[in-house]
Write a protein that binds this ligand. Structure first.
Ligand code: 2B7
Length: 641
C-alpha cells in the first residue's frame, strides 16, 4: 500500500523531529528556564496572531489553568483538518513536523516573526500533553498528543468529531513537560506584559487573559485601538510630555513600516524595535534606518529655521534623540536575525524601507507642526550644550593633568610594582591615614588618606568632579583613567592595584564616605566593580579583653550580645572603637590590613548601584541620565562655555 509506506516515512520524520526538539530544547525556545517556559505560550499565541493578520481572527483568549496547563483559544478559521497528501490530517502535520511550512506557506504566515509555523510542533514536543479542538465546517474536531506523539485513532483517516458548532476557531490546551523545564509555573506578570504589547501592535485585536491558578480568578482584557500611539502614551505615562504622540506609517519594497514617537522632559532616549510583532531586544536595521533618517531630517530643519548657524556642527544622533520615546514596528516577508540572542534584525532592505517611509512622512508632518519641531530641536540644543561641556572637561583633564600623579603628595605608595600583589587602602581622615601608613606592609600596601567628605559626584558637574583634588589623586593612583558619556578612556589593564579597599569608620559618616566613593567608581570606573577589585574594610566595633583567656575583636552589636551571654559581667573589659583613628598601628594591622586576619567585603555591582541613587535609568539608556544632573547644575558649567 503506497499510502501506508509514505505514512511510515512521515512518522519516522516526526519521531526524528520530536527527538531533536526534546534533545536540544534551547535551540528552539531559547532556554528551559522560566523564560523558555513562557515562550511556549507566545509560540502558540503568535500563530493565532498570524491568523488575525490574515484577516480572520479578532479575539484570542489565554488561560492559565488550575492544573498548570495553558489554554489558547482563537476565533479564526480553525486549522485545516482535511486529509493531507501524506495521509494524515493537515492539523497533525502542523503539530508534528518541524517544517509545517509548504502548504501553509502563504504570504501571511511568512510574515510570522517566530518560528515560521514550526512553533506549534515545538510546543507539542515539549508538552506532557497537548489537546486541540478545532471548530470548523460545522464540527468540533478533536486531537490529542503525549510528548508530541498523537494518541487518538483516526476515523477513516480523519480526526474524531466530538460535537457540532456554528463557530470557527482553534483551541489548544497544553501542559509543559516537567522532564524538560526547570520550572513549570508560568509567570503571569511576564505573560500579561507580552500580551499587552501584542495588543498595542495589533490595534484591531482583543486579547483576554485569565489566571485560574490558586483560586485567583483574575481576568483582564487587552485591547488597544490607538496602537503604537497608545503604547507610547503608556510608556510615558509618568513623564512630563512635550507633545502628543506622533505616528508615521507607509510601506516600501513590500515592507510595512509604522513608527510612533513622543518627547519627554528627561535626559534619556528609549527607542524600541519590533519586526513582525516580535520585540527586537538588540535592535537592528529597522532602528538604524530610523535613527539615521531622523537625525538627518532634523539637522536639515535645524539649519532651515536657524537653530544651527552656518558655522555650527550638526547635532549628533544622540542629541536629536534626547528625550525621545519611540516604537518602530515593521512587517517583513523574510526576516533574518543575528546577534547574541538572535534578536537583532539583519535585513539591509529594512533600513532602506524605514528610512524612505519615515523620511517622507516626517517632512509631511513637521511642515505642518512647527511647534513640535521647535520643542524637539530645543531638546537637541540642551543635549549638545552638555555634550560640549563634557568634552571640554575631558580634554582639560587629559592634557593638563595627566601626569600629575599624586599631586598632593599624600599617597604613600607601595614598593612592589606588580599589580597582582598590590593593594591600595583609601582611608578616611588624616589621623587614621597616619596610623595606616605606619601599620601597613609597605612592600605591597599603599595608603591614600582622604580628608573629610569627598565631593558628591551625583550632584556635581563633571568639571567639578574632575577638578576635585581627592578624586584626581585617586584616578591618577589607580592608573587606568576614567570613562564617561563620550568615548571610554578607561583601561582596566593599566590598574596598579589588584585590591582597592575603602577604609572608613563604622559610623554614619563612614557609611556616607563609602557611598560617595562607590558612586564615584560606579559612574566613572564601573569595571573596577564589575571585575571585583573594590572592597570595603570591616573594622571591628569592639575589643574585649577577658581577665582569663585571649582578647577578641567584635565586629557588630550582635557579636557583643552573644559575648555578653557567654561571659559574666566583670570578667572582661570592653573597648569600643569610635573610629579607625582610635586604633593603634598594631590593632589596625591586625583588624584591617593583615590579609591573614582582616575582614573585608567585596563590593558587588548591586551595592554600588544602590549607592548611586539614580540607578534605575542608568543602565538601560544610551544617554546616561547623569547628564540630567549635569544639566541641572549647568549654571556652573556655563561659566566655562
Ligand atoms: C503554519 C500553520 C501554523 N493555520 C492555518 C489556518 C488557520 C489557523 C492556523 C491557527 C493557536 C491557538 C489557539 C489557513 C498555520 C496553520 O493554516 S493556526 N489558525 N490558529 C492557531 O494556531 N491558534 C487556515 C487557511 C485556511 N483555513 C485555515
Amino acid at each position: 500500500m503506497a499510502g501506508k509506506n509514505s505514512y511510515d516515512a512521515a512518522s519516522i520524520a516526526v519521531l526524528e523531529g520530536l527527538e531533536a526538539v526534546r534533545k536540544r530544547p534551547g535551540m528552539y525556545i531559547g532556554s528551559t528556564s522560566r523564560k523558555g517556559l513562557n515562550h511556549l505560550i507566545y509560540e502558540i499565541v503568535d500563530n493565532a496572531v498570524d491568523e488575525h493578520l490574515a484577516g480572520y481572527c479578532s479575539r484570542i483568549r489565554v488561560t492559565l489553568e488550575k492544573d498548570g496547563s495553558c489554554t489558547v483559544d482563537d476565533d479564526g478559521r480553525g486549522i485545516p483538518v482535511d486529509m493531507h497528501e501524506k495521509g494524515v490530517p493537515a492539523e497533525r502535520l502542523v503539530f508534528t513536523t518541524l517544517h509545517a511550512g509548504g502548504k501553509f506557506d502563504n504570504s501571511v504566515y511568512k510574515t510570522s516573526g517566530g518560528l515560521h509555523g514550526v512553533g506549534s510542533s515545538v510546543v507539542n514536543a515539549l508538552s506532557e500533553y497537548l489537546d486541540i479542538k478545532i471548530r470548523r465546517d460545522g464540527y468540533v474536531h478533536h486531537d490529542h498528543y503525549e510528548r508530541g506523539l498523537p494518541v487518538l485513532e483516526l476515523v477513516d483517516g480523519l480526526l474524531p468529531k466530538v460535537g457540532k458548532t456554528k463557530e470557527t476557531g482553534t483551541c489548544v490546551n497544553f501542559l509543559p513537560d516537567g522532564e524538560i523545564f526547570e520550572k513549570t509555573r508560568f509567570s503571569a506578570t511576564e505573560v500579561k506584559s507580552r500580551l499587552h504589547e501584542t495588543a498595542y501592535l495589533n490595534p484591531a485585536l482583543t486579547i483576554c487573559f485569565q489566571d485560574f491558578r490558586d483560586d485567583r480568578n483574575e481576568e483582564i482584557e487587552f485591547h488597544e485601538p490607538d496602537g503604537l500611539a497608545g503604547y507610547i502614551r503608556d510608556l510615558n505615562q509618568n513623564e512630563e510630555v512635550l507633545h502628543d504622540p506622533v505616528t508615521l506609517k507607509g510601506s516600501a519594497d513590500g515592507i510595512q513600516v509604522e513608527a510612533a514617537f513622543q518627547y519627554v522632559n528627561e535626559f534619556r532616549e528609549n527607542v524600541l524595535g519590533f519586526c513582525n510583532n516580535i520585540y527586537n531586544a538588540e535592535g537592528g536595521t529597522h532602528l538604524t534606518g530610523f535613527k539615521t533618517v531622523f537625525t538627518s531630517v532634523m539637522n536639515n530643519y535645524a539649519r532651515e529655521i536657524g537653530v544651527l548657524k552656518e558655522k555650527d556642527a550638526n547635532f549628533t544622533g544622540a542629541d536629536i534623540r534626547n528625550g525621545m520615546t519611540a516604537v518602530i514596528s515593521i512587517k517583513h516577508p523574510e526576516p533574518r536575525f543575528e546577534g547574541q540572542t538572535k534578536t537583532k534584525l539583519d535585513n539591509q532592505d529594512a533600513a532602506k524601507a524605514v528610512s524612505k517611509v519615515i523620511g517622507e512622512q516626517m517632512v509631511l508632518f513637521f511642515d505642518r507642526n512647527l511647534e513640535i519641531l521647535k520643542s524637539i530641536l530645543s531638546c537637541a540644543e540642551k543635549s549638545a550644550k552638555i555634550r560640549k561641556s563634557e568634552e571640554r572637561a575631558k580634554t582639560n583633564l587629559l592634557t593638563k593633568q595627566k601626569y600629575s600623579f599624586d599631586s598632593n603628595g599624600k599617597l604613600a605608595n607601595c614598593e612592589k610594582k606588580d599589580p597582582a600583589l598590590c593593594e591600595i587602602f583609601i582611608v578616611e581622615g588624616d589621623s587614621a591615614g597616619g596610623s595606616a601608613k605606619t601599620a601597613r606592609d609597605r612592600n605591597y600596601q599603599a595608603i591614600l588618606p582622604i580628608r573629610g567628605k569627598i565631593l558628591n559626584v551625583e550632584k556635581a558637574t563633571i568639571d567639578k568632579v574632575l577638578a576635585n583634588a581627592e578624586i584626581k589623586t585617586m584616578i591618577n593612583a589607580f592608573g587606568c583613567g576614567f570613562s564617561e558619556g563620550y568615548g571610554n578612556d578607561f583601561d582596566i589593564t593599566k590598574l596598579r592595584y589588584d585590591k582597592i579597599v575603602i577604609m572608613a569608620d563604622a559610623d554614619v559618616d563612614g557609611a556616607h564616605i563609602s557611598t560617595l566613593l562607590l558612586t564615584l567608581f560606579y559612574r566613572f570606573m564601573p569595571e573596577l566593580i564589575y571585575e571585583g577589585h573594590v572592597y570595603i574594610a570591616m573594622p571591628p566595633l569592639y575589643k574585649v579583653m577577658p581577665k582569663k583567656g585571649a582578647e577578641e575583636y567584635l565586629y557588630d552589636d550582635k557579636a557583643l550580645e552573644k559575648y555578653r551571654k557567654s561571659h559574666k559581667p566583670g570578667s572582661f573589659t570592653l573597648q569600643r572603637y569610635k573610629g579607625l583613628g582610635e586604633m593603634d598601628a598594631e590593632q589596625l594591622w591586625e583588624t584591617t590590613l593583615n590579609p591573614e586576619t582582616r575582614r573585608m567585603k567585596r563590593v558587588e555591582i548591586e551595592d554600588a548601584r544602590l549607592a548611586s541613587s539614580i540607578t534605575g535609568v542608568l543602565m538601560g539608556s544610551d544617554v546616561p541620565p547623569r547628564r540630567a544632573f549635569i544639566y541641572e547644575h549647568a549654571r556652573d558649567a556655563e561659566l566655562d562655555i
